[in-house]
Design a protein around this ligand. Sequence first.
Ligand SMILES: [Zn+2]
Length: 489
Amino acid sequence: MINAYISRTLPLIVLLAAAATCATAQTKPVPGWSLDTLNQLRQLQHAALDDDYAYHRLAHLTDNIGPRATGSPQAAAAVDYVADEMRKLGLDVTLEKVTVPRWVRGEERAELVGYTGQVPDTTQRVVVTALGAPGVATPPEGITAEIVVANSFGELAAMPREKVAGKIVVFNEHYDRRMEQSGFAFDAYNQAVEYRVEGRAAAARQGGVAMLVRSVGGAEFRLPHAGETDYFNHANIPAAAVTAEDADLMARLSAQGPVRLHLLLTSQMLPGAESYNVIADLKGSEHPEQVVIVSGHLDSWDLGTGAIDDGAGVVVAMATAHLVKQLHLQPKRTIRVVAWMSEEPGLLGGRAYGKEHAADIANHFAGIETDSGAGHPMGVYVTGDESLTKVLQPVADVLQTSGAGILRATDEPGPDLIPLNVRGMPAFSPIQDTRKYFDYHHTAADTLDKVDPQELRENAAVVSVLAYALATMTQELPRKPLPLPDWLK
Ligand SMILES: [Zn+2]
């Protein structure tokens, strides 16, 4: 039975294997690209789609090490882990110092203590999570004050100061789910996140004693989404995110009459700690001084284990080095794996690197960062000169065979690459399916199970193919430096 099966199916298997070989080998020359390079890109793509190096590293970072808040012992362990893993692959590893804050969340509690129809001797819980770092704690006994709900900055600004002074301001800007589900998740995020970032200062200006913001994100399972608020020059009042459900509850009750809330936040800023960007170089054979960065950020928020934000980005970068080594490929330029530290509060690792390496910017050939999860990739975002998409079309043609052939210009590079991109380095990121990303982003639900192993492999394929192409291509890339913004000076 078994023998009959084999003898009948063997010719078919041989045919299929032959067909697969034909389909993968590139035979038509493309101007500016050697056939060898194009065939190596296909080899990398195939190897990546069948490789679990990234997933195993992600499991270690998230399950074994856990949340990696800036300045925490877990962040320090993650630095050591990535450095060791890269050394095991034979890369040259350096740790570049980044001074980071150590913010500890502490206790966080809120309850409605006075509202229309309240049953005597009862309160209602409001689910909150403190914003930071840095955060501002309430006094040890908490703050009890009336709330004022504003749906926009304009609405708050239009209120007379006496209506706001002494109260807790609640910003109730809704995250636009329809925009997200149509493929514009970052647009939805950007318009809502303004309230998390600027809300505290706006509330303080009108005499507010604390600021609560409706969580910026999609899933509404009464999960609060943490995040940074005005990191530099922060206003000196406590700030926290509330769940979408609780923001709605407070809006409904305050339409019926005054609502009083008790808020307790005991977060603490401990003395700044020393941490590191992990830099691991796979040396180029012809231009070792020229680097192609492939990266993600190693720190995470403390509520979840930072699987999608941004353990996935780090392990996909690590997998690039692993795959190139495994196939014994030799890039002409150096492939530099970077695990950035402290992206979440303050973009501190990216800023430090940008400053440190500013004089060497001409040798930064290109950079890639993955920082929007591990969803199915459809192509590559390109930030820099307009002609970049044309130059890289042959790479997109390779990626097209796994459904990732889009090349799209954007003026927003991966966050840690901004300091290098404005100085002229072309920047790239995978275009990912982000329809679920902001369901879990910065919540306790950002855990390993949210990452589909196959989609993670697809991301490793896009990033490794692109990184190797950039590190091996013979032409130069056009560069477009921009004026340095004030916050990077
Ligand atoms: Zn991130």
